[in-house]
Design a protein around this ligand. Structure first.
Ligand code: BTN
Length: 235
């Protein structure tokens, strides 16, 4: 495993992409203390000041292009287990790519890939985990491990455990096992939700997850499969 460390970058995903293009090996990791242009899903900004764990992993999975999204669930599972092992915090997954503790967002995952003629060339799994930031240093709906436990954590140790946990599932990854574990530890498992999808809002009971990573919402009159968008719990 090759870990490349920076004090300050625009985004570790950007650095990892350049390395991916140059042929870097699988499990090359780019980690930075600060990101000046950290990115989240849907073009959102990801607040990445000092104290958080910001890193990206280059993978070259031998899977078909339509299965790439499974890597975000594999990463969420590994991240959730690593957080539990290292800190005792029992965080939960939230569709599509978050780790939450109670109502606060603890981590986010951004998966980006290069696919040429339907063949996966490489995938970048970018992970942002709020660790040692205090409330003033966090966006309003976010939380951190320090805020939850009152303790500070060594970022490198945490990162190593996340990688170890991800590796456990990576070789011979079984889609059903990954999505089952994700769903079992999901904050909206049989909860009322509203999802914002490209074709509008869907409101209802979240009753399951498919092996392609889409979720099932039982709305008033029908069952809807949602594969893209964002989700909120209805209180
Ligand atoms: C999200 O919740 O929308 C995903 C956030 C992903 C943030 C991480 S931090 C490391 C990597 N570099 C980035 O610019 N983004 C990801």
């Amino acid at each position: 495993m090759n870990i490349i460390r920076y004090k300050r970058v625009t985004s570790t995903n950007d650095k990892a992409k350049v390395l991916g293009e140059k042929g870097a090996n699988e499990w090359t990791i780019v980690v930075a203390e600060v990101q000046t242009r950290g990115r989240g899903r849907a073009g959102k900004r990801w607040e990445s000041r000092e104290g958080g764990l910001w890193f990206s992993i280059i993978l070259r999975p031998k899977i078909s292009a339509d299965k790439v999204s499974i890597l975000q669930f594999l990463a969420s599972n590994g991240l959730r287990r690593a957080v539990k092992v290292k800190t005792g915090v029992h965080a939960l997954t939230k569709w599509p790519n978050d780790l939450v503790f109670k109502t606060g967002k603890l981590a986010g995952i951004l998966v980006e890939s290069k696919i040429v003629n339907e063949i996966v060339s490489f995938v970048i799994v970018g992970i942002g985990l709020n660790v040692n930031q205090d409330q003033r240093e966090l966006p309003s709906r976010a939380t951190s491990l320090c805020k939850i436990t009152g303790r500070n954590y060594e970022l490198n140790e945490l990162m190593e455990v996340v990688i170890e946990e991800m590796k456990l599932d990576y070789d011979g990854a079984e889609l059903a096992k990954i999505t089952d574990e994700w769903w079992t530890n999901c904050v909206h498992n049989y909860e009322q939700v509203v999802t914002h999808t490209p074709s509008g809002y869907v409101k209802g009971l979240c009753v399951g997850m498919n092996t392609d990573g889409s979720i099932l919402i039982k709305s008033k009159h029908r069952m809807v499969r949602v594969s893209e968008g964002s989700l909120k719990l209805v209180k």
